[in-house]
Write a protein that binds this ligand. Structure first.
Ligand code: ADP
Ligand code: MG
Length: 263
């Protein structure tokens, strides 16, 4: 059976595509699936850093498509999960160094042995976006509950429906319960009413996600961490299970309780 290509995209930059791609890849691999995550953000390579694998890069995606190395030579096997691989982007070339047909060809080869291939897209809706969506079987659209992010997400939904006929599945990232309760952030339902697409998951705003990424050890590796649950739920929904949304807690209150308890 051929593997499935999941492209993680957003339109707007900085909303959590790389964070989502890294953590969902880890969570899927932890269920036993063979996963390859491709950094398609050419020129701004950072997936390898957040995965803690930057020291192992020998070749990159551009060298593969230019025929300067074999695909297997450029793949880096994760040091914690041996069924998880990353294909790094090049740091030097720009997005025009890659064409959509080349991404399709790379994924075609990976599909023969990997169960899931995740593509981490660059920001924007230009060439880099075209490259990332060309081989996609499914699109994971990441948005934060902010007006500017939703506007870009809406544009992406329109482009996807028009050009590839694929309705995306939505990941709402940086969901902040106290702000929603105060009426200072759009709720999950507001976001769904605006975008009218299927919800794949909601990821809370959580400093542990950021700290873990900075350490090169995505939070999804730590199954006991609160925010990790959001990624494991997303992975199980991708696998076809019907998983309810996790209970969201008030992070500000939680941190206060934790600091009281430590006295
Ligand atoms: P993109 O790939 O869309 O540009 P990133 O995944 O690099 O975005 O995320 C941008 C920043 O936001 C990073 O510093 C990341 O650690 C942080 N971040 C992403 N998601 C969350 C979250 N749910 N909670 C806290 N910080 C987050
Ligand atoms: Mg990114």
């Amino acid at each position: 059976m051929a593997g499935t290509v999941l492209t993680v995209t957003s339109g707007k930059g900085g909303v959590g595509k790389t964070t989502t791609a890294a953590n969902v890849s880890v969570a899927l691999a932890m269920t036993g699936q063979t996963v390859v995550v491709i950094d398609a953000d050419i020129g701004l390579r950072n997936l390898d850093i957040v995965m803690g694998l930057e020291g192992y890069i020998l070749y990159d995606l551009i060298q593969v498509v230019e025929g300067r190395c074999a695909l297997e030579q450029a793949l880096i096997r994760d040091k914690r999960l041996d069924n998880l691989y990353i294909l790094p982007a090049s740091q030097t070339k720009d997005k025009m160094a890659l064409a959509p047909e080349q991404m399709v060809a790379v994924c075609h080869e990976l599909r023969t042995w990997a169960d899931y291939i995740l593509i981490d897209s660059p920001a924007g809706i230009e060439r880099g976006f075209q490259n990332a969506i060309a081989p996609a079987d499914e699109i994971l659209l990441v948005t934060t509950p902010e007006v500017s992010s939703l506007r870009d997400a809406d544009k992406v939904i329109y482009l996807l429906e028009r050009h590839v006929g694929l309705p995306p599945r939505l990941v709402i990232n940086r969901y902040n319960v106290p702000l929603v309760r105060r009426g200072d952030m759009l709720s999950r339902q507001d976001v769904l009413d605006i975008l009218a697409v299927d919800l794949l998951g909601v990821v809370p705003e959580d400093d542990e996600i950021l700290v873990a990424m900075n350490r090169g050890h995505p939070i999804a590796f730590d199954q006991n961490a609160y925010a990790s649950m959001a990624y494991h739920n997303i992975a199980r929904r991708i696998l076809g299970y019907n998983v309810p949304l996790m209970p969201f807690r008030d992070q500000t209150l939680w941190q206060r309780i934790r600091s009281w308890l430590s006295f």
